[in-house]
Design a protein around this ligand. Structure first.
Ligand SMILES: [Fe+2]
Ligand SMILES: [Fe+2]
Length: 448
């Protein structure tokens, strides 16, 4: 009896700091498989972008319910510490920790590390805060990733890319499908990138896992810094671009909470600040792959809104191939551009980029639909996007894992081009300025 009482007292003392955040009874119930340890090496360390550019959250895992987890970071002359909130989910035997660095200067390098206070800290990592007022931004977008050898090639390319400032994933991220150690190794594989740049995600059908539903996704990523809940639709602003992340895995029908949020989010974009709008979601409205094909229900509910709100790009996955549509509305091609250059506002261009690692779906609908501009069904790779504020252009390049380019196009904001690029030729644009030069040259020759 005395031994049991002593054991209980020791357990209470050991758990007390953790219990402060969660309540002892809850903590004991919530994490049945986790052993309490005094410290444990941090792993799966990843940045998590909040909606405030002066903040950055970081999430990491430990193999035990380790106490006193903190993030330590340098802000100007100050070395600061923030206590993490610790949590777990289901019966998975790892603890997760989340802390948010605040008051960060924009566009500057921040050094940080995580771990057990005064004991086992990680090495130092560095990231650069995103300054939304910059006029240049580069990032990588992928979907349908997993851990195949092709997926690892994509991961390596991302890690090697020193100019990319962010990665987006349009769902079907780790393909854990109920096997939680698959998530652990996926995060470990991406850690070299995820400690330096934020990965921002839209949820896919493979994040809805047998026995867990969305809980692993909700606890491992965090769009709202609310442990135990997840906002499945949210937006982020980066230089020149408003990015909307939506869920094709939750109700999006007209009148739904998500639909109302999308209406409000897309209609409140300040195009003077972010001229381009991209919607990221998992299932595609347009796909000519025979495996899944176009998600017609999604198109019926949301296409009109996207067209009305001048969405420039919709970046999806789900079908494991690459496809780009022309600017399109209701299956009607609105524009075919010129040499892969498009003026914005003609209609959204839809992309399926589900070729980051999962087995390719090779069978395509024939003939190729008119709205389909380019498709590729037997390669793996990623897309890389660049916003160039000087020319007010948004460019996308589709890279294969062998380093070759599959597709490339640019969207330009015509009003800005008229205002800036050609303003030195009497404010005329394109062919008009060329004609003006010929007329002026003719006048000079005649005068001689
Ligand atoms: Fe997939
Ligand atoms: Fe999928």
């Amino acid at each position: 009896m005395i031994v049991r009482i002593l054991f209980s007292l020791v357990a209470i003392l050991l758990l007390a700091p953790f219990a402060g955040a969660q309540g002892l009874a809850e903590a004991l119930q919530d994490c049945p498989g986790i052993v309490v340890v005094s410290n444990s090496a941090s792993q799966q360390i990843h940045l998590q972008m909040t909606d405030d550019p002066t903040e950055m959250s970081v999430i990491w895992a430990t193999g035990g319910r380790s106490m006193n987890q903190i993030v330590e970071y340098q802000r100007g002359p100050d070395l600061l510490e923030v206590n993490a909130e610790s949590y777990c989910y289901g019966n998975h035997n790892m603890a997760f920790h989340m802390a948010t660095m605040t008051g960060l200067p924009l566009g500057e390098e921040i050094e940080y590390r995580v771990g057990t206070q005064n004991a086992q800290m990680s090495e130092f990592y560095t990231f650069t805060t995103i300054d939304p007022s910059e006029n240049h931004f580069e990032w990588i977008s992928i979907a349908d990733h997993g851990d195949s050898s092709e997926a690892l090639d994509v991961s390596e390319a991302i890690i090697a890319d020193e100019s990319a400032q962010m990665v987006t994933v349009s769902g079907d991220i780790a393909y854990a499908d109920g096997e939680q150690s698959a998530w652990d190794s996926w995060f470990q594989e991406q850690q070299a990138s995820m400690t330096q740049i934020p990965w921002v995600t839209a949820v896919g059908n493979h994040e809805n896992e047998p026995g867990y539903e969305f809980a692993p996704y909700e606890h491992r990523f965090d769009s709202d810094q609310q442990i135990e809940t997840e906002t499945f639709w949210y937006s982020r602003n980066v230089p020149g671009v408003h990015m909307t992340f939506m869920s094709t895995e939750h109700d999006y029908s007209v009148g739904s909470t998500q639909f109302s949020w999308l209406e409000q989010d897309l209609s409140s974009v300040n195009r003077d600040v972010t001229p381009f709008v991209i919607v990221y979601g998992h299932k595609p409205m347009y796909s000519s792959n025979s495996y899944h094909g176009s998600e017609v229900e999604l198109r019926t509910a949301l296409e009109e809104l996207y067209v009305a709100q001048g969405v420039d790009l919709v970046i999806a996955g789900h079908d494991h191939f690459y496809e780009r549509t022309w600017p399109v509305s209701g299956e009607t091609v609105m524009d075919t551009g010129k040499d892969n250059l498009f003026y914005r506002g003609q209609g959204p261009i839809h992309l399926v980029i589900g070729m980051a690692g999962r087995s390719a779906y090779e069978e395509l609908d024939e003939p190729q639909p008119e709205w389909s501009a380019y498709r590729e069904n037997n390669s793996y790779g990623w897309t890389r996007l660049v916003y160039d504020g000087n020319d007010s252009q948004l460019s996308l390049t589709h890279y294969r894992i062998d380093g070759t380019i599959g597709d490339q196009f640019t969207i330009t904001d015509s009003t800005v081009i008229g205002d800036s690029e050609d303003a030195n030729i009497l404010g005329l644009t394109g062919i008009d300025s060329l004609l003006m030069v010929i007329v002026l040259l003719g006048a000079v020759v005649r005068k001689r």
